[in-house]
Design a protein around this ligand. Structure first.
Ligand code: PEP
Ligand code: MG
Length: 566
């Protein structure tokens, strides 16, 4: 059966083609693999007979050992973070405490799969009570449990299989633990049935530079084991393409990848309009890594990420040291630091959150100032201390600003400390009031992840709402247009630091809407820089007009592509 994509084209003469939301560009080709199902076992299985229990325990120990060895083997063939995560997970499979707890249950007659599950839950309870980083290992513990149970039952390994050759992974969506273990040399393309452009899978795919399409309808039609492709720019996944056609396209994609790797900043359009290409960072280490690449500065330092596991507010000295590391990594360059965006999906323990039925619309971001003014004051003091003696004055912005009064109050606090004040535009009201808000501050940065969520009234984490949580939605572009025009009228900088800035085609549209800096995961920025370097400012504006006039997200993407080429 041949299912054609909406444009009617059947790329590379494939047998089957299905489409979704394009997230990370590039062309990948290889065998299709699928994430294995989580195993289920017979919970009503009878007790193990007393004379069989030693053998059952040995079976369990062997299964855990096999899983541990397999994970350690994968770790030795991986690099960087992937290797670290896999080594840690292998350690869990070999953990004496866990093996001992399960063996004890087996000695009392519990069948091995049920013993593995029960022992895991004991540890889950313990880890959850310990909180912080330990609590984050719960998903990994359950992952190890499922792998061992599958081994005991002779089922295929659940989760992401270990491909022998570079392959394309199809799944419903990936758990954070799965994505951490992704090796971009072996998983070269991703196609997800669920997920949106700012879903966890999309963010990781962007960081790793893996071509990725999400929200794919009909993904089940792509057969496992077939040779297939993911075209991350067109949003297409196909099976059994014509070998000659795909070989030519893959060769071309390799050339493009080379050109992307060879791109050198600073960012500018083909006719020389300067567009700063900046990095989103989480701490000193990620800022130093970004400084090795082509980014010209930091466009978003998400300070809350450094404190997610803290019980107590970090001290002034500790905060100062951390902020100073980021400022020093880009000494003399632009560094935009965001005050704590606590709340919603990033709760901080030291800022108590009332039990809110709707936390994304609750006491989040700058709103904590009403309940915890001392936390924001302390952070601004630490930022001022970090700026002492630095080569350039950091820009400091507040998240979740909804009113002009909030912007005014924040700006006064920041200026009083000798820093440059700005705010994020993440709430539609802030976009609508952009001119009045910009009159109060020195710059704004548009957070397209939240701006899309709040404009479309669609939870950014919901895999079911991927079609709505798409920054190509013309309603979102219309709000960005308001902000861009306000920035031009007042002569103040407008940037974007949401995931939209990582999409090369959308980046051109954003520039056409008046955006003057683009901040994204460093791995994503060279493709953006290269695309802009081949596009004039006028082409960006024409693409922006075309996208704004479209009736929906896909139509906006197609309209921009018609102007700018794919
Ligand atoms: C955004 O909302 O686009 C943004 C950059 O902030 P965060 O993703 O941290 O909410
Ligand atoms: Mg946000």
């Amino acid at each position: 059966m041949s299912q054609l994509n909406p444009s009617g084209a059947n790329p590379f003469g494939a047998d089957v083609v299905v489409t979704g939301t394009p997230v990370v560009g590039g062309l990948a080709y290889g065998p299709i693999i699928r994430a294995g199902d989580r195993p289920s076992f017979d919970t009503s299985a009878p007790e193990v007979a007393a004379d069989q229990r030693d053998q059952e325990a040995r079976r369990f120990v062997e299964a855990a050992g096999a899983v541990g060895d397999r994970l350690a083997g994968r770790a030795s063939r991986s690099t960087g973070v992937s290797a670290e995560v896999l080594t840690a997970t292998a350690g869990l499979a070999r953990d004496r405490g866990w093996i001992g707890a399960a063996s004890k249950l087996i000695a009392a007659g519990t069948p091995a799969p049920a013993a593995a599950a029960a022992a895991t839950e004991q540890f889950v309870e313990l880890f959850t009570k310990l909180g912080g980083l330990m609590a984050e290992r719960v998903t990994d513990l359950r992952d190890v449990r499922d792998r061992v149970i599958a081994e005991l039952l002779g089922l295929p390994e659940p989760g992401i299989p270990t491909p022998e050759v570079p392959s394309i992974l199809c799944a419903d969506d990936l758990a954070p633990a799965d994505t951490a273990g992704l090796d971009p040399l072996l998983v070269v393309g991703l196609a997800m049935r669920l997920g949106g452009p700012s879903s966890h899978t999309a963010i990781i795919a962007r960081q790793l530079g893996i071509p990725c399409v999400v929200a794919v309808s009909g993904l089940e039609e792509i057969p496992t084991g077939a040779l297939g492709f993911v075209d991350g720019a067109a949003g297409a996944i196909g099976a059994s393409p014509d070998e000659q056609l795909i070989a030519t396209a893959v060769a071309e994609a390799k050339e493009t990848a080379k050109a992307i790797a060879a791109w050198r900043g600073p960012g500018r359009t083909a006719d020389g309009e300067a567009i700063a290409i900046l990095a989103n960072v989480a701490d000193g280490a990620s800022a130093r890594a970004a400084a090795q690449g082509q980014t010209e500065g930091v466009g978003l330092f998400r300070t809350e990420l450094a404190f997610l596991d803290r019980e107590q507010e970090p001290t002034l000295e500790e905060q100062t040291g951390l902020y100073r590391e980021v400022v020093d990594a880009f000494a003399g360059s632009k560094v935009v630091i965001r005050t704590l965006d606590a709340g919603s999906d990033k709760p901080l323990r030291f800022v108590s959150h009332p039990d809110e039925p709707n936390p994304a619309m609750g006491v989040r971001g700058n709103r904590i100032v009403a309940t915890h003014p001392e936390v924001r004051d302390g952070q601004l003091d630490a930022l001022a201390a970090a700026a002492q003696g630095s080569e350039s004055i950091p820009w400091v912005m507040a998240p979740m600003i909804a009113t002009v009064a909030e912007a005014r109050e924040f700006a006064a606090q920041v200026r009083a400390r000798g820093l440059v004040p700005g705010v994020m535009v993440e709430v539609p009201s802030a976009a609508i009031m952009a001119e009045a808000i910009l009159a109060e501050v020195d710059f704004v940065s548009i957070g397209t992840n939240d701006l899309t969520q709040y404009t479309m009234a669609a939870d950014r984490m919901s895999p079911e709402l991927a079609g709505l949580t798409d920054p190509w939605q013309p309603a979102v572009l219309a709000l960005i247009d308001i902000v861009g025009r306000a920035g031009a009228r007042l002569g103040k900088p407008v940037g974007v630091c949401g995931e939209a800035a990582a999409d090369p085609l959308l980046a051109c549209v954003l520039v056409g809407l008046g955006v003057r800096s683009l901040s994204a995961a460093p791995a994503a920025t060279p493709a953006v820089g290269l695309r802009l370097s081949g596009t004039t400012g006028e082409q960006c504006r024409e693409a922006a007009r075309a996208a704004l006039a479209a009736s929906g997200a896909s139509a906006a993407r197609d309209a921009a592509r018609a102007v700018l080429g794919s």
